[in-house]
Structure formats: C-alpha cells, structure tokens
Design a protein around this ligand. Sequence first.
Ligand code: UT7
Length: 319
Amino acid sequence: MKIIGLGKGIPKECVTNDQLSEFLDTNDEWIVSRTGIKTRYVCVGETLTDLSATAATDALNKANLSAKDIDLIICTTICGDYCTPSLACCIAERINARCPAFDINAACTGFIYALELADGFIRVGKYKNILIVSAEKMSAKVDWNDRNTCVLFGDGAAACVVTEGESVKYINLSSSATPNTEVLNMPNGTGNSPFAAEKKQNEYLNMQGQKVFKFVVNIVEAELKLMTERTGITPEQIDRFLLHQANKRIIDYTLARLKQPAEKFPCNIERYGNLSSASVPLLLTEMTETGQVKAGDTLLLCAFGGGLTAGTCVMTIDS
Ligand code: UT7
C-alpha cells in the first residue's frame, strides 16, 4: 500500500492559552511547560462533516482522483456529528461518493488502525483506492470546566488516499491487556430508558493524566523495540518519527530514550493541541506540504490513547 494524497480541514477559530485563562483557573505558563500547547483550533460554526469533507477533497485533489474513483471510505473518530449515519457516510454524501463507508473507533490510535484495515483490503484485492479520514471535534467532548482535560484538546481533520504500492513496510496494533477503562473514558448514558436501574447522562471525557502518561511512555518504547526486532530497522534508519501529539514531554522523553536528535521528531502540538486520531495524519500532511518529509524518507508513525490502544507503522515516501 502507498499514500497518494493527503489533506486537512481545520476550523477558523484559533484559541490561545490566555483566552482559556479568562474563564478557567489556568495559565499559559502551566499549559506550555506541561504540554507544549500554545493554541488550539475549535469549531464555532463548522460541523465535523465540514472539516472532514474539506480534508477529503484536499486529499483527492492531491491524488488527482475524484470521489467516483474511491472504492471505500474509512473514518476514524470518537466525535461524529451523528451516532448514525457514520461520519464516513456523511462525507460520502457531501463529496458525492457512491462506495461503502464506515467509522472505526480506536480513539487516538484510530489512524494506524485504519491503515492496517486498508492495507488488508488492498492486499486481498477487494478495493483499490481507499479514502481514510481521521477527524475529531474534541471541543464538544471535553468538560470546559475541567482544566485537567479541556486545555489539552482541539478540533481538526486530516485525510489520505491509499492505493496499491510498496511503501508501507510494517504495521503493528495493540491494546493493553489490563483493564484501563477508568484511566481514560467518555461514558455513554442510559438515555431515557424507563428500564435502566440507574439513570446516567452522557458524560465528558475523563482522564487520569499521570497514569496515561506512564502507559504511553512505556508502550511507545515497547512498540519501537518490537518494530526493530520484527523488521531489523533501527531508530537510526528512521528519518522522521511522527508521534501522536498528546504532550511534548512524551515526545522529548521518547527521543531521549532512543538517543535520537530532536529534528527527527517534528511536532505541531504547539498550534493544534491533541487532535486524538487526527493528530498523526495531520502532522504527516503538514510535513509533506512543507517539504520536511520528502521522497526517499523512512517514516515511523506511532499513536496511542483510549483503550488503551497503541499502533505503529513504518513507511517510505515514494517520489
Ligand atoms: O491522547 C490520549 C493520550 N493522552 C495522553 O497521552 C496524556 C498523558 N498525560 C499527560 O500528558 C499529562 O499527565 C497531563 C498534561 C494531562 C497533566 O500533566 P501532569 O504533569 O501529569 O500534571 P498533573 O495532572 O499531575 O497535575 C499537576 C498539578 C495539579 O495540581 P496539584 O494537585 O499539584 O496542586 C493539577 O491540579 O497541575 C494542576 N493542573 C493545572 N494547573 C493549571 C492541572 N491542569 C492544570 C491547568 N492549569 N490546566
């Protein structure tokens, strides 16, 4: 499999840390030093379908394809505009695609899970051109009274078109064996069921930050070690490590453990915050647009999050 087009869709409204401190007990110094985040984009009038359709159209244009050339749409999201129709179906309607379309939920790891699925479909010859859209509207999912979480996330979408090719060399997916529901979750409620023993409303995202942080730094190290064992590719042979943009300190910790230079770990967390499953593909899109990822480069993509899940992909960039 190879990527032949990348695109993005970002809301207009950019919110600074200082704006948050106008209604929340927080400050720019805390947010920047603990996370690396300076701003995030949030939807004001845009729907997630709007952002996703923009990203999808951008990716299709870059791939020189139209919607009718797409055989399957896979969306990764925990924030779809509807429970049903899926975000993938909303995008299909908007861009006028007539192919199967569905969403998957692997939280922040979604994009790597989607790559694995797409790779499988393409390998068995079921579909040729697949559109993957990773899109999140976290502003609708966090509690804006909870400074532990709301300062971390943002809204945005990224898309890619994949087709037959040889650039994806390795994908590994994992989910933690131990129960981890309590450290990172977003509970659904009971609706107005007259039969539910205990009535529960839908709740906002809950995260025990330090516990997740520990899981993440360990799983990223384990994922990278496994990748080297299975492929023989060493960290020195990777040109760019595109890690999920959850916290700049996680990225700094990883590059120090691997003894690799900081230039190999590009970041956009300072502008976007944590975009859940859209973080890695948005970073890939921007690195490609700015020429920081170029033909011949070997990339390692690694994402992690709710589940707790993790996933790693190694790919080369074709000319
Ligand atoms: O994308 C899914 C995967 N998610 C992650 O990978 C996130 C992993 N976790 C993290 O990145 C970090 O744990 C956080 C950024 C979430 C938190 O950083 P931390 O260094 O672990 O801080 P903490 O939660 O231990 O909080 C330290 C202090 C607390 O005050 P006390 O108890 O020491 O008095 C918090 O109440 O900082 C306080 N605090 C804040 N202060 C100002 C928490 N949030 C804020 C805030 N502004 N926004």
